[in-house]
Write a protein that binds this ligand. Structure first.
Ligand code: PHE
Length: 372
């Protein structure tokens, strides 16, 4: 492409025709090599660039000294030339001949860096807890987040209208008031319904962990979120005792938080375990001497647990007998078991020194990159 502005010897029609024929030829010659998007863009700038474009420079030069009667024929010819250039540009670069792809790659450019992702810190913590129990021979079971009243409450010994349900208020799926109460759907409030699903499907012995997402009508604050995660555990066999429960959880807490950690068990209540306990661990921040994190008690409450209530075995047996009337696998007289449930967020906050649960859900890369 040449940049010099051509001379116009005179403004009569033959002279204009000759000059524009030369320019049209110049456009045609330039258009034959537009095989890449880049070349096409260069061509556009060369001819139509708003300040330094050739069309603009030439028309400025020629119009400046044009006699008034030559302005119209000049203008018409410039418009034609412009249309010719625009037609060239409308054809996609790829449709033009020659080897587009090869010319389009600039091997001297630095490559695009794609950094590998990491598991979200909550998932990572959940996996760590699950791994501890896998090493004890437990396997993993999952269940639905949209759960029926039967699995989430009734079979777990929360009768309809029982006050224990108040502590686990949740979203109900709309439009189900005509269904029997046990079939009504809700967002599960804990992972415990998967205990029931597992026992209905599978005879003892059972050793499972159940990681998952749960929902509650809880106002969000620094330590609460209406959607959070739990890891549940269930062990059912003959001759399972409370000391098996204590030994298992003591081991798990030491595996998660370090061998110096101590555990202690306090009486508590859950409808589906009897007796029930809350488990505390010695404060991992001060070692038990008392600090702000443990409210100067030296202990931090971490999970709920207990021995499987015979009423749960009875509910499971009733379901299993719908398929096999003679089923006696979960005879409450013979079977024993324990269960436990812990909040993943709480453990992750302790392990990583996170003070606001909201960080986990913010998607803020500055927070997430700390775990990379
Ligand atoms: N499901 C109970 C809760 O979410 C925790 C729990 C699980 C307690 C298993 C005892 C046994 O509060």
């Amino acid at each position: 492409m040449t940049d010099a502005i051509p001379q116009l010897p005179s403004y009569d029609e033959p002279a204009l025709d000759a000059a524009f024929a030369t320019l049209a030829e110049e456009v045609r010659a330039g258009s034959s090599s537009l095989t890449t998007v880049e070349a096409q863009e260069n061509f556009r700038l060369h001819w139509l660039g708003r300040k330094q474009g050739r069309l603009k420079l030439i028309s400025d030069a020629w119009l400046k000294s044009a006699p008034p009667e030559a302005r119209k024929p000049l203008g018409m010819r410039f418009n034609q030339l412009k249309q010719q250039i625009e037609q060239v540009l409308e054809a996609p670069a790829a449709a033009k001949p020659a080897a587009t792809a090869v010319q389009g790659i600039d091997i001297t450019l630095p490559g695009a860096v794609r950094r590998p992702g990491i598991a979200h810190p909550l998932l990572e913590t959940m996996h760590e807890v699950v791994r501890v129990f896998h090493q004890l021979g437990y396997s993993t079971n999952l269940g639905p987040q949209v759960e029926s009243d039967f699995y989430n409450f009734e079979a777990l010994n929360f009768p309809p209208n029982h006050p224990a349900r108040d502590t686990q208020d949740t979203l109900q799926i709309a439009g189900q008031h005509t269904r029997p109460s046990r079939d009504r759907l809700l967002m599960r409030t804990h992972t415990s319904p998967v205990q029931i699903r597992t026992m209905i499907a599978q005879a003892p012995p059972i050793r499972i962990v159940i990681p998952g997402k749960v929902h509650r009508n809880d106002a969000a604050d620094a330590t609460h979120s209406p959607i959070f995660h739990q890891v549940e555990g269930l062990c059912v066999d003959t001759n399972i005792t409370f000391s098996d429960l204590k030994g298992t959880l003591d081991h798990a807490m030491k595996a998660l938080f370090g061998s110096a950690v101590k555990t202690r068990f306090f009486p508590s209540f859950f409808p589906f375990t009897e007796p029930s306990a809350d488990v505390q661990i010695s404060c991992i921040f001060c070692g038990g001497s008392g600090c702000r994190k443990c409210k100067h008690s030296g202990w931090i409450e971490l999970l709920g647990c207990g021995m499987v209530d015979p009423a749960v075995f009875a509910a499971v047996t009733a379901e299993r007998r719908k398929i096999n009337p003679d089923d006696d696998a979960y005879n409450p007289e013979k079977m024993t078991g324990f269960a436990f449930g812990m909040g993943v967020e709480r453990i992750a906050m302790m392990l990583h020194g996170v003070s606001d649960i909201g960080h986990f859900y913010s998607g803020d890369m500055r927070f997430l990159e700390r775990f990379a």
